[in-house]
Design a binder for this molecule. Structure first.
Ligand code: SF4
Length: 271
């Protein structure tokens, strides 16, 4: 999505145009408008550069600002992410994890993006700092009209920040729905198991029932539905046929054979 790796198959489109059909002007716009915030704020900042260079080099290189405007531009961006403009003369090792992630966010914003891929962007942070950074994400989205692709294992953060959720298992999307649909009425057995096992205060003292079995290797995935060795609802068809991601029961996009079969009256009542 962010152009870091070339797609191994399928088509990648941005703004309705496939990447390999873009003119060079469209490709440049795509490269600037889609930015990324990385998981590890310690490894993703160059330790030899000062913050002014880290945040300000790309907008100078791409002609968004002149070199003489860099300090002022970086100072404004640092203020936007809640850092003092004076910090621009410091090196990454002089900051905490939360501050470094704010620098990573300022670097992504410096190219005036429309879409930011946030790859586990809060998981390396202390819980109290996670909340601050999540709030910052939400404020910036409103102020700058941004779209995020927020990749996370933290269901609480996902529920807090997302409008639409795609659940993945072993590298494949298994269910897509709005946040309300996914959290109030999950359809795919993997989504149901995930939500049931999320630690919550109202489940204090109760035993967890983890999904049984090991996660298979994505290099040698099981036949049919890749979730079948761990799914309590698996049927013969699940071992043989790969379920396509398509609209199923409850008008939900899922890749599960059960969701694509007509439901009995009892099932409809319990759903
Ligand atoms: Fe379970 Fe079968 Fe649905 Fe896969 S297709 S999630 S094995 S019921």
């Amino acid at each position: 999505m962010a152009g870091v790796e070339n797609p191994s198959k399928g088509t990648l489109s941005y703004d309705g145009v496939a990447l390999d059909e873009m003119t060079s002007a469209q490709k440049k716009a795509y490269q600037l408008e889609v930015q990324m915030i990385f998981q590890d704020p310690f490894a993703s900042l160059n330790p030899r550069l000062r913050v002014e260079q880290i945040v300000g080099e790309a907008p100078v290189a791409h002609g968004i600002i002149k070199r003489s405007q860099r300090a002022e531009y970086v100072g404004n961006l640092l203020n936007k992410v809640g850092l003092d403009a004076q910090y621009m003369s410091r090196y990454p090792h002089q900051f905490s994890g939360g501050q470094r992630q704010r620098i990573g966010i300022a670097r992504a914003l410096a190219l005036k993006p429309k879409l930011i891929v946030c790859d586990e962007a809060t998981s390396a942070l202390d819980v109290s700092i996670q909340a601050q950074v999540l709030n910052l994400f939400m404020e910036l989205r409103k102020e700058l009209d941004l779209t995020y692709v927020f990749i996370s294992h933290d269901l609480g953060a996902v529920e807090h920040i997302s409008d639409r959720i795609a659940i993945m298992y072993l590298g494949q999307v298994v269910e897509i729905g709005t946040t309300e649909e996914i959290f109030n009425n999950p359809r795919h057995p993997y989504t149901k198991a995930l939500l049931e096992e999320a630690p919550r205060l109202d489940k204090r003292g109760q035993d967890f029932q983890p999904i049984t079995g090991e996660i298979p290797s994505p290099l040698n995935p099981p036949s049919g539905c890749t979730f079948h060795p761990r799914c309590q609802f698996a049927k013969d068809i699940c071992k043989a046929d790969i379920p396509a991601l398509r609209l199923g029961n409850a008008d939900r996009l899922t890749s599960c054979h059960l969701e694509h079969m007509p439901q009995t009256e009892d099932q409809l009542v319990s759903a």
